[in-house]
Ligand binder design. Structure first.
Ligand code: G3P
Ligand code: MG
Length: 249
């Protein structure tokens, strides 16, 4: 059975439609909705720990303009990742990866760690990630990235963890990339995906997961393509698709 093959709906940055993205609040909301996996973003910190954080710099979700890489784990506690969404979320911290791994142990929810290398060098990122995920359960852990170079650096460090390349559009040389990086699959933008691509990738033994699918009609469409999983900001709206029969995987 392929990784995360027992479900169809995965939470993108947690339940980020209703909660501030990439926070424990968003993850808890996703868990309450019943998801069995969560996609989130990992940014390297100054002390070689990781923040659950999408962007290279503050500004969009946290006030300020400093690079996230200039903080250490202790410094994350002073960042407010909730107020930008609503005053009701003020004080919601930027989680450290260690906090989320502890939460994962309690909940048993799978994680798709999207590695955001930003401008850090690949060997440093890979060494730090291998240390952080040394005890991660390969059955509940996936690493994905837009950055093939970062995935290549991770490969020898965490050979037991499945890898996927993220792409807005399936690259023409996808087969060579999949062989070189020993990929488990591709994570593709649903807007550019075709049923033929899904069939071809499945025939090659690759999983096809797609992002970020926030409309019921789009979920129906890609379910018709037989994609393996969709990442959505609204797991609480779409979790029922986990239980609709007839989705062959
Ligand atoms: O992992 C899929 C998706 O999250 C990639 O784009 O910008 O939301 O991290 P982004
Ligand atoms: Mg992401």
């Amino acid at each position: 059975m392929a990784l995360f093959d027992d479900h169809f709906i995965s939470a993108h940055r947690g339940a980020s439609g209703s909660c501030p993205e990439n926070t424990l609040c968003a993850f808890a909301r996703a868990a309450r909705a019943g998801v069995r996996s969560i996609e989130t973003d990992l940014s390297l910190l100054a002390d070689d720990g990781f923040a659950i954080f999408h962007d290279a710099t503050l500004g969009r979700t946290v006030a300020g303009d400093a690079p996230i890489s200039s903080f250490d784990r202790a410094g994350l506690a002073g960042l407010d990742a909730g107020a930008w969404r609503d005053p009701a979320f003020a004080g919601e911290p930027v989680p450290a990866l260690a906090d989320v791994l502890s939460w994962q142990q309690k909940t048993g929810i799978g994680f798709n760690w999207e590695i955001k290398c930003h401008h850090t060098d690949y060997p440093r990122y890979a060494t730090a990630l291998a240390r952080a995920l040394a005890k991660a359960d390969p059955a509940q852990t996936l690493i994905s990235s837009f950055d093939a170079g970062c995935l290549a650096a991770i490969m020898p460090e965490l050979p037991q963890i499945a890898r996927a390349l993220i792409a807005e559009t399936l690259p023409a040389d996808w087969r060579a990339i999949a062989v070189r990086l020993r990929l488990d699959g591709f994570h593709l933008n649903h807007k550019n995906l075709t049923a033929d691509q899904v069939d071809t990738l499945h025939d090659a033994g690759l999983a096809v997961r797609c992002y970020t699918v926030n409309e019921a009609a789009d979920i129906e469409r890609v379910r018709g393509f037989n994609v393996d999983l969709v990442m959505t900001d609204w797991p609480e709206r779409f979790i029922q698709f986990d239980h609709i029969s007839g989705h062959e995987r």
